[in-house]
Design a protein around this ligand. Sequence first.
Ligand SMILES: Cc1cc2nc3c(=O)[nH]c(=O)nc-3n(C[C@H](O)[C@H](O)[C@H](O)COP(=O)(O)OP(=O)(O)OC[C@H]3O[C@@H](n4cnc5c(N)ncnc54)[C@H](O)[C@@H]3O)c2cc1C
Length: 264
Amino acid sequence: MNIIVCVKQVPDTAEIRIDPVTNTLIRDGVQSIMNPYDKYALEAALELKDSMGAKVTVLTMGPPQAKEILKDAISMGADEVALISDRAFAGSDTLATSHAMVAAVKHVGDFDLILCGKQAIDGDTAQVGPEMAEHLHLPQVTGATKIVVDGAKVLVNRDNETTAQTIAIPLPALITVARSEKEPRFASIKGKMKARKMEIPVWSAADMNLDVNIIGLNGSPTKVITVFTPPVPEIRSEIFNEEDPQVAVDKLVEKLLEAKIIAR
Ligand SMILES: Cc1cc2nc3c(=O)[nH]c(=O)nc-3n(C[C@H](O)[C@H](O)[C@H](O)COP(=O)(O)OP(=O)(O)OC[C@H]3O[C@@H](n4cnc5c(N)ncnc54)[C@H](O)[C@@H]3O)c2cc1C
């Protein structure tokens, strides 16, 4: 069984800084980690590898420093990794990112299952996985909490707000992961040594025969006009502490009329 896991390097903080001029994420000088949901996806892949045997290939698109999370993946037990990196990818929105990741998947070749995280904790759109499934014409399930491969199909548990579902889909398929059955494992000494020695392959757009019109700024139909923190509304309160409740209600109604919250 061949499993591909897509992982993204994200800032290790909820404090995302935005360049006010370019409206893009400021990544410099920010400590980075593997997106937590992607770590669950990798753990889910490694659990399948442990239980039934599988080759786990981990892919990330990002700048050269994104190699660090690929080394983490190798340390945890992934078999192969590749960094998708090229200046042509700069400014990619989720659609362009999904095209680049699909090209990388095709460059890997054979696969039975693609696992992504449910969402990235910086961009938070939860779009890349479903977009990849769409381009590859694959069945997909989002927000998985348990994955069981049963012959040519895969059983996926997912939680909604008030219900839980188990969905069966045929392989090959794409699943986005909300959590794995076990917490993500720690790196092993053997894995760390393998990661230290490993030359991480870097694939450019040309390596993957990728049309540069569907990636980067050229391939990004979404344009960020501006990014800002909304002002916190000023909350004023007034207490109508009248002896006669009717007077208090009349005063309240007057205030609501004044503020145009209700009409006469
Ligand atoms: C309108 C818009 C404009 C943007 N413009 C820019 C820009 O100019 N410059 C810039 O640097 N960023 C930009 N971004 C951010 C960039 O598009 C996102 O980081 C990227 O598309 C992934 O989206 P996301 O973070 O919401 O991931 P999600 O869709 O939430 O991620 C879901 C899953 O997809 C997989 N995944 C996502 N991204 C990657 C990746 N890079 N490698 C491997 N797997 C991945 C992971 O498994 C992840 O858990 C922009 C985003 C938007 C929405």
